[in-house]
Design a protein around this ligand. Structure first.
Ligand code: PRT
Ligand code: MG
Length: 213
């Protein structure tokens, strides 16, 4: 049996049609099933539906052989024991630094609201700066308006949410999309079966206009 850990929410919504094109049909719709483990049309492949942030943990520990999650989550997790063989080209967005459109003069030690604590720390360290990081779990966009932070690090797609909260992008930190990850030990021990599944998904992603290695 090969177990694939799949990030629920918008990545799951985009990945399900991609998996179907790869010949992997889920027996239940993850959006309205309470099952967290879903069988598929391939008798030896099952899907675990997980919080995005938990996908690398399951794969790293071998509880899942493969995983599908966002590059934002992987940058933050900095997993060891994971290969990242494939960019699926779905759930694309950008990780950005954003600030109020009418920002005051920059501080030497900016206060930055984000859920991407490690990625933000590394980004500022790369500029030779120290940031005061305010760790939030959501609704980062409101933090500058209420004086909690000077700027935010968050995902942006259309930019509508930033604009609605009076924020503009100052800098792009990373281009984000969903990635396929593989447990390193599974890649060695079950090489034939794992690489056949990776190939199947790679072909479907390429047909979809994504799928870079
Ligand atoms: O997990 P959490 O509950 O914190 O986030 P969520 O419920 O907003 O998203 P979820 O769980 O469905 O999926 C999160 C994953 O989807 C991320 O880890 C990314 O890899 C990927 N992804 C792709 C995105 C977006 N695009 C995106 N636009 N995740 C979040 N957003 C948010 C963005 O932060 C903004 O607040 O969507 C909002 C709308 O974006 P605009 O710019 O189109 O207005
Ligand atoms: Mg969510």
């Amino acid at each position: 049996m090969l177990t694939v850990a799949l990030s629920k929410g918008r990545i799951c919504a985009a990945a399900t049609p991609l998996l179907a094109r790869a010949g992997i049909e889920l027996d239940d719709d993850p959006a309205d099933s309470r099952r967290l483990c879903i069988a598929t049309s391939l008798p030896d492949v099952r899907i675990l539906v997980l919080r995005a942030q938990d996908v690398p943990t399951f794969v790293e520990h071998g509880a899942a052989d493969l995983g599908i999650t966002g590059k934002d989550v992987l940058l933050e997790h900095q997993g060891v024991g994971l290969y990242e063989p494939l960019d699926l080209g779905i759930a694309r967005c950008r990780l950005v630094l954003a600030e109020p459109a009418q920002a005051g003069p920059a501080r030497s030690r900016p206060r930055v609201a984000t859920k991407y604590v490690e990625t933000t720390r590394r980004f500022f360290a790369g500029k030779g700066m120290q940031a005061e990081i305010i760790h939030l779990y959501g609704s980062m966009e409101i933090a500058p308006a209420v004086g909690l932070a000077d700027c935010i690090v968050d995902l942006v797609d259309t930019g509508v949410t930033l604009a609605a909260n009076g924020l503009t992008v100052c800098e792009e930190i990373a281009a984000i999309s969903a990635r396929l990850v593989v447990n390193k030990a599974a890649m060695k021990l079950s090489h034939g079966r794992v690489s056949a599944l990776v190939e199947r998904i790679a072909r479907a992603a390429a047909e979809n206009g994504g799928g870079c290695r």
